[in-house]
Design a protein around this ligand. Sequence first.
Ligand code: ZN
Length: 428
Amino acid sequence: MKNPMGRLITVGALVLAPCAYAQTGAIRCGKLLDVRAGALLSDQVVVFEKGEITAMGTEGRFAIPKGITPVDLSSATCLPGLIDVHTHLTGEPTSNGYAALGISVPRETVTGVKNARLTLRAGFTAVRNVGASGFSDVAVRDGIEAGEIEGPRMIVSGPPLGITGGHCDNNLLPYEFHFKEAGVADGPWAARAKVREVIKYGATVIKVCASGGVLSKGDQPGTPQYTLEELQAIAEEAHKLGRKVAAHAHGTQSIKDAIRAGIDSIEHSSLIDDEGIALAKQHGTFLVFDIYNDDYILQQGEKAGMLPESIEKEKKIGRLQRENFRHAFQSGARMAFGTDSGVYPHGDNAKQFAKMVEWGMKPIDAIQAATINAAELLGWAKIGSLETGHFADLIAVSGDPLNDVRVLENVKFVLRGGTVYRNDFAVK
Ligand SMILES: [Zn+2]
C-alpha cells in the first residue's frame, strides 16, 4: 500500500498508509514539551516538509528554509498530537439501549465523520477505534486517508469479537428476531475465522470482548466470557496476520486470561488484582483505564437512554476501577490513554487527563500515556513525540500542561501531517 506521497510505511508485519500532504512550513513555539524528558524547551522552531518534521531546534540555531514564514505560536506551548487508544467514533452516548436498534450502519458512518472532525480539533491526531458496526470505522478511516474528510489517523477494528449473548453481542431482542452481532464467534476455530473475516474487510487491530460489560443487557462486568483457549486462538491468529489485539476485560479472571493469551492491551482493566498487574508487567501488556466516563454515565446515562441495569453496574464498578488504576500505576504497570469516547460526548477526550492526575499520576505521566506509550501500543513509529522524521502532528495550548493538565481540554492549534486544522491563536 502506498500513501499519496508514494512512501511505504511499515509497522511490524503491517503496511499502513497514514495520510500525508505535500505541505511545507514551520511553527514557532514559545515553549515546546519534550514528552520523553518531561521538560519544556523555550523558543523552538519546527520545520516540516511533505507532512514530516525535517528539522527542529532552538530558534536562530539553524536556518529556516527560504520563503517560509513560521506560524507564530510564540505565546503558546506546543506538544505532540495526542492519541486516544480507545474510541468509538461512530457511536454516541444516545446510541445505547433500545434507541440504538433504529440506527443504520450508513447513519453511524455519518456520525463517525462528524466525530472524526471533533476529535481531531480537540487535539487528538491519532486514535485506535475499537468496535464499530458494519465496518463503518473502516469507511471513516478510508475517507480521512483519501483526504475527503477531516479526522485523526485511525487504527480500526470493525465489529468486536464476542461470545453468543455476551457484551459484544446484542441481547435486546427476543428469540424470534434471530439477531446477533456481526462479531459473534464461539469456539477457537470460529474465533480464528472471525479474525480472518474482519481483517478481510479492513481491520488493522482486533477487538475482543473477554468479559461482560456495563452497557450490555443481561451480563456482568466481572464474569468471564471467552475462555483462555478461545483468547489464545484469537491472539495467535491476529499476530500471525500482523495485527495486535485489544481485549475488553473488566473481570479479574478475564484480565489474566487475556494477558496469558498474549493479548496486547487490556481495555477497562477495572477489577485487576495484584497477580493481574504482575502478569501485565511480565508480558509487557498495556493497561487502558477509561476513568473519565464513569461520571458521565452516572450523571447523564439515564437521560441518554442507557439501560437501568447499566447504571447500576457502573455504580458498582466505577470507583473500584479508579482505585485499581492508581494501584496499577503505582505498581509500575504500563498505561496507555484510552477513554471509550462515544460513551461520553466526542471531543471531551482530554477531560480524562485531570482524572488521571486526581488518581495518582503526575501530569507528565498522563501526557506520556497519551503520546509515547499510546504510539508504542499502536505500533506507529512516527507519532507520539516531536522528532525529525516523525509526522508533523503538533498541537498547542495556552499555559503549562505540566503544571495544570486541564489546559489540554482547550487545545487551540492542531497540525496533522503538516496541515493546519485549527488555529485559534490567529483569530484576532
Ligand atoms: Zn469501548
